[in-house]
Design a protein around this ligand. Structure first.
Ligand code: PGA
Length: 250
């Protein structure tokens, strides 16, 4: 059985007081559900506090990004070791905002993936096409390329630490969601691509999350699809009630 995962990507939201508030509300509403992992990804400055605050809870903490180098003269950057030293063992890499705004390339992301794995971290690797790419019917090609360049150099053993998040860029923060059928179609394609390269046993073990305007009202029908193993949640993860309603949608 694959893990079911609901991860909240807080993006650049929540100062310390807001983080404390949100975490305490999430903890109050959290209901342990066997086989469902709940993850929150606060900003760098709130990671240590979040880890400490969730120490006695099953809720896990992820970072939203990290640098590919292990240390050195990289002003303003954060390394994998810095993250693991404050208890963070999961990192989101390749989010479309990192790709689009901060110009992160597939080649750079492959290095970040390697650095995370060298530090024994799990990676939530994001992929997804832009609207013009879908309109031009290039979405499968684009996603396959992102996977090939970012992840296909890994060994089978390294894949144990990989979670994939399919996030069509046109559905992120727009209120527009991929239909459950569109999500399933792409998730099945992603699994098939992994299977062709690494075999079906490995492909069937990889959790593939959907991201893009998931809300309490649509989570259930999206998560019901065979190849959808959960969600990466942006906007709705900032409200404890909504986030936990989504986490309880399984
Ligand atoms: P959204 O963001 O849920 O606000 O669309 C998803 C994401 O960017 O991970």
């Amino acid at each position: 059985m694959r893990d079911k995962i609901v991860a909240g990507n807080w993006k650049m939201n929540n100062d310390l007081a807001q983080t404390e508030d949100l975490l305490s509300n999430i903890k109050n509403l959290y209901k342990e559900n066997e086989g469902v992992r709940v993850i929150v990804a606060p900003s760098f400055t709130n990671l240590y506090h979040s880890f400490e605050s969730l120490r006695n809870s099953k809720i896990e903490v992820a970072a939203q990004n990290m640098n590919e180098n292990s240390e050195g003269a990289f002003t303003g950057e954060v390394s994998a070791r810095m993250l693991t030293s404050v208890g963070v063992k999961i990192v989101i890499l390749g989010h479309s905002e990192r790709r689009a705004i901060f110009k992160e390339t597939d080649e750079l992301l492959a290095k970040k993936v390697d650095a995370a794995l060298e530090n024994d971290m799990e990676v939530i690797f994001c992929c997804g096409e832009e609207l013009n790419e879908r309109k031009a019917e290039k979405h499968f090609e684009i996603v396959k390329q992102q996977l090939e360049k970012g992840l296909f150099h890994l060994s089978e053993e390294q894949w144990e630490k990989i979670i994939i998040a399919y996030e069509p860029v046109w559905a992120i923060g727009t209120g527009e969601t991929a239909s459950p059928e569109q999500a399933q179609e792409m998730h099945a394609f992603i699994r098939k691509s992994i299977s062709e390269k690494f075999g079906s046993e490995l492909a069937n073990k990889i959790a593939i999350l959907y991201g893009g305007s998931v809300k309490p009202g649509n989570a259930q029908e999206i998560f019901a699809k065979e190849d959808v193993d959960g969600g990466l949640i942006g906007g709705a993860s900032l409200k404890a009630e909504d986030f936990m309603a989504i986490a309880n949608a399984f």
